[in-house]
Design a protein around this ligand. Structure first.
Ligand code: ZN
Length: 403
């Protein structure tokens, strides 16, 4: 990356220009990256083997962040004083340490603190370095998810709260590279036992932070959307409201129990066959069991001309299917679009019942085939596909019944 300034005054103008977290060309978030940088100021040439720059995540527009500009300004002055025309600089790996969590000596990069817009403009904390991002692998949360004293609550898709009983509660985020991020200053509130469990999962910064719900929520006060699982529950409510408006019949059922299910739900941070079970249970209860059967039969009779002889024995999925057929003309589409509800049911049985290995295998096969996934071992893909398809199903239904 080359930045050319005809004169020192041009560089000073750039020096005084503050680049925010969003791209000045297209408005998308910038991210901090390290790359080789070549600077020309007048006839002075400065070559950096590595320097932090801000790059737009969308249009790739590059600009110089605050701290890098300070470094360049310093090198320029030194070159002038020495009468040098050029200089080559390599990163010596120097790391400044802030006065937080000194005992644990976490790995972090002070360049992040000084370069990522907003982090060092902090009036709230008297000790410098509070908003320094500290990075961990996702495994850092695994232990705490299984210990009842702790809570790891991902309220949004990648932004959540980590707490220990009534003792402390701090925010965390998951960045674009699937790394877990905490503020250094927040970690300072935690007890040593917790920090020592976290320490082995602490990794080098990848500088990615700005394009995260965590940064948006913490730095720009932008509310995150609820996580996808909760959004699907909201879609169901939206559909039921639309059906009430159209048919004058309310399908809401076990309202308090459903509310409790949603409140107690903990979104999995790491996706494995075991960790997704609570999601499967919660969605099954909310979407499939949380339907007033007596009332949905009334809607059924309003929708079809000739009711099926056995419709009174049907479960809720079959009625969802009729509702879908009513708004979609092509039959093969219906089969595909409704499939996630059947899969949710398969999944629930897979977890809940003492099934023979043979039946379990056939459920696995069915889930894999219906979702177009290569193998049942690819839980993350299965999980994402299932959520995508559920969201799509409810989109169709909501569109079909919202006048
Ligand atoms: Zn841009």
């Amino acid at each position: 990356m080359t930045f050319t300034f005809k004169t020192y005054d041009d560089f000073l103008r750039e020096y005084q220009t503050y680049h925010s977290h969003s791209c000045s060309k297209c408005g998308m978030p910038m991210e901090l990256i390290l790359m080789p940088v070549f600077i020309e100021i007048g006839d002075i040439q400065l070559t950096y083997e590595e320097l932090h720059i801000l790059e737009c995540t969308d249009c790739r527009y590059d600009c110089l962040p605050e701290y890098s500009k300070e470094i360049i300004g310093g090198c320029y002055q030194t070159a002038i004083e020495r009468g040098d025309k050029m200089g080559i600089f390599s990163r010596k790996g120097y790391r400044k340490k802030f006065d937080y969590c000194t005992e644990q000596d976490f790995i972090y990069d002070h360049n992040d603190y000084y370069n990522i817009p907003g982090l060092s403009y902090d009036d709230e904390h008297s000790v410098e370095g509070f908003l320094t991002p500290v990075y961990f692998t996702k495994k850092v949360l695994l232990y705490f998810m299984h210990d009842p004293d702790y809570k790891v609550k991902l309220g949004a898709e990648s932004y959540g709260e980590f707490s220990l009983k009534n003792e402390w509660s701090i925010p965390f985020g998951i960045n674009r590279n699937d790394k877990v991020v905490f503020w250094l200053g927040d970690l300072n509130y935690l007890d040593n036992m917790t920090l020592n469990i976290m320490k082995p999962h602490n990794i080098e910064s990848d500088h990615q932070l700005i394009a995260s719900e965590f940064y948006a929520g913490q730095m720009c006060c932008i509310w995150s959307h609820p996580n996808r699982e909760m959004r699907i529950c909201d879609q169901k409510d939206k559909l039921f409201n639309a059906l009430t408006n159209t048919y004058g019949v309310s399908l809401f059922h076990l309202i308090d129990e459903i509310k409790q299910q949603k409140e107690q739900y903990v979104k999995p941070v790491i996706i494995t066959e075991r960790t997704i079970e609570p999601t499967i249970n919660m969605l099954h209860k909310v979407l499939i069991e949380g339907v007033n059967m007596q009332e949905i039969r009334k809607i059924y009779l309003k929708v079809v001309e000739k009711p099926d002889k056995r419709y009174e024995q049907w479960g809720s999925i079959k009625f969802y299917e009729v509702l879908l057929k009513n708004v979609i003309s092509r039959n093969d589409d219906v089969h595909n679009i409704i499939s996630p509800l059947y899969l949710l049911n398969d999944f629930r049985q897979y977890y809940d019942h003492l099934l023979s290995e043979e039946v379990k295998e056939s459920k696995r096969q069915n889930i894999v085939q219906s979702l177009g996934v290569v193998s049942f071992d690819n839980t993350e893909k299965i999980y994402n596909e299932l959520l995508n398809k559920l969201a799509t199903l409810f989109e169709y239904l909501i569109l079909g019944y919202t006048v």
